[in-house]
Design a protein around this ligand. Structure first.
Ligand code: FE2
Length: 283
């Protein structure tokens, strides 16, 4: 599908039946005119993941592109070697600059879901990628919600979930610092949130989702594990195989994502630059 606007034109090619579209023909180093910006945002809401092909943005250019769609967040954890404080470098490199064997963000999550205003969108731009594997995987939480039996939807309708950076760090084998805990106290959100532009309902959970508010922790934890197992079934998932030059922009309100570890992370570098747009309070 070609979208022709005042000055700028781009083509939209769906990436999979379940979510995602490639955007071809835009140079993101140039500011978007107002109608293109609107068309890009509408396409983002419709497909949930946009892949802008053939982009080569430095950190400041990625910040400038991202800020056309909202306000950027700082990253919670320390970020070695950053040039622009609004850009987070996602990589498997150790302090010596060599592949460390460790890949981060391998558990299904929604970025910054522990914030009072969780992230609207994340933008991730490939810098160095392994020859194969290392995909970013996405699961469609609108489709996963819609596939639930009516009785389960009714049961979950008013559940609130406490999201906690401290608990998710501990469950992942790490430890949040006192500064991080003070910066990101536990925060509750509805388990089923509504996407304002469409009225669609989506499951909102992921690795920071710790337990159900007002219920014993174990009850919510088990239920969240069951729901996640359902929501990341193959039928709801798209795996993005990166090509250098890809810049992905995805909707954290209605997706879970994770990095795939199916490459030799002790041998091949995988480096991406990330910006994150603040969202609105959940409803
Ligand atoms: Fe993430």
């Amino acid at each position: 599908m070609a979208v022709t606007l005042e000055r700028q034109t781009f083509t939209v090619e769906p990436l999979s039946p379940v979510l995602g579209a490639a955007i071809i023909g835009l140079d993101l180093r140039q500011p978007l005119d107002a109608s293109t910006q609107r068309a890009v945002y509408d396409t983002f809401v419709r497909y949930h993941v946009l892949c802008f092909r053939d982009q080569h943005l430095d950190q400041d250019q990625q910040v400038a592109f991202s800020e056309q769609f909202g306000t950027l967040e700082h990253h919670i954890a320390s970020n070695r070697g950053k040039i622009n404080p609004l850009v987070h470098i996602v990589s498997n490199l150790g302090a010596d600059g060599k592949p460390s064997g460790k890949v981060s963000s391998t558990r299904w999550h929604s970025d910054k879901s522990f914030r009072p205003q969780p992230s609207l969108a994340t933008l991730l731009h490939a810098q160095v990628m392994p020859p194969n594997g290392g995909e970013t995987c996405f699961a469609n939480m609108i489709a996963a919600y819609e596939a639930l039996p009516a009785a389960e939807k009714a049961e979950l309708a008013h559940v609130r979930v406490v999201h906690s950076w401290e608990i998710s760090r501990a469950r992942g084998g790490g430890k949040a610092t006192p500064e991080e805990i003070a910066d990101a106290p536990p925060m509750s959100h509805p388990l089923v949130r509504t996407i304002p532009e469409t009225g669609d309902k989506a499951l909102f959970m992921g690795e920071h989702a710790a337990y159900f508010e007002g219920q014993p922790e174990e009850v919510g934890r088990v239920r969240l594990e069951q729901l996640t197992a359902h929501a990341v079934e193959e039928r709801f998932v798209y795996r993005h195989q990166w090509t250098l030059g890809d810049l992905l922009m995805w909707d954290n309100r209605c997706l879970l994502h994770r990095a795939n570890t199916n490459f030799d992370a002790a041998r091949f570098p995988r480096v991406l630059q990330r910006t994150c747009l603040r969202g609105a309070a959940t409803a």
